[in-house]
Design a protein around this ligand. Sequence first.
Ligand code: BYC
Length: 312
Amino acid sequence: MTATANADREADFERTIEHHDRIEPRDWMPEKYRATVIRQVAQHAHSEIIGMQPEGNWITRAPSLRRKAILLAKVQDEAGHGLYLYSACETLGVSRGELTDKLISGKQKYSSIFNYPTLSYADVGTIGWLVDGAAICNQVPLCRTSYGPYGRAMIRVCKEESFHQRQGYELLMTMMSGTDEQRAMVQESVDRFWWPALMMFGPPDADSPNTAQSMAWGIKRDTNDDLRQKFVDMSVPQAEALGVTLPDPELAWNEERGHHDFGQPDWDEFAAVVSGSGPCNAQRIAHRKRAHDEGAWVREAALAFAAKGTDL
Ligand code: BYC
């Protein structure tokens, strides 16, 4: 390729980004852009798949048939989200098999939040309210991400996430109008999940190595700190309506900024969880590996059937 042709395709890419148009799989893109989208989308897909575990823990112990049906549907949606996202990633030239290997071998990350245990049934509600609430804050802007297949996958994911958030809030509301013991269970759950939910948005902007470039390329549309602020502002009135206290003594409305001030999560804990030392990291990966190994015969059978090239 001549130097002029090279410059032309780079200019095309830059123009597309500048006009907030989509980059599509067949378009030329810088290798670093491709690697960054693969990293983020793979991490997102892995989060959906690993995210099935903490809630899956309660399916057999849901307190009623109705709650069980709702929880089953939600966990199934998460499997679906993982699959759309793996497909979006495959358009960039990596296979789902490679991505799964990287997850299991610890070479790719998944969201820190799923390394915390679910200790009571109220956690199902809190995950819906706070974890899916944080996910919506983060993911609605990603519907406008510059990489086409990722943005289109996010549109459907976000519709389902808002149902997830509402089911969590409705469950907590029901428990809050129950007995003192149920109210205490909700408060205890919110106390455990509030800070890890704030960590979902990633490190503070000043310590985020990827934000500046990902914003310049339109992969991310908002910074980690801006989304965290939005989430806090959104959650405070919801907590009041529920009747729970958010466990942050620094939380206060700041008239001048038009936002809530709030305390910082424990960033050392975040670093430990992200690097594999959270309360459930080993358990989550071991479970994922077991499920993958147990599914080997299905993959082999599907490949053998495809190789025969016959119709059913
Ligand atoms: N957990 O430079 P930064 C869901 C990593 S699914 C773990 O700010 P970036 C749900 C980051 O990867 C939720 N790692 O990074 C599912 C980077 O590491 P490397 C998942 C984190 O990418 C089921 C390093 O720290 N959502 O909601 O610009 C049931 C430096 O960070 C985390 C998504 O994946 C974390 N919390 O920004 C219910 C959304 N934060 O790779 C709910 C899409 C940061 O350089 N992802 N790291 O070694 C994003 O929006 C961005 O990737 C992030 C991080 C805002 C998360």
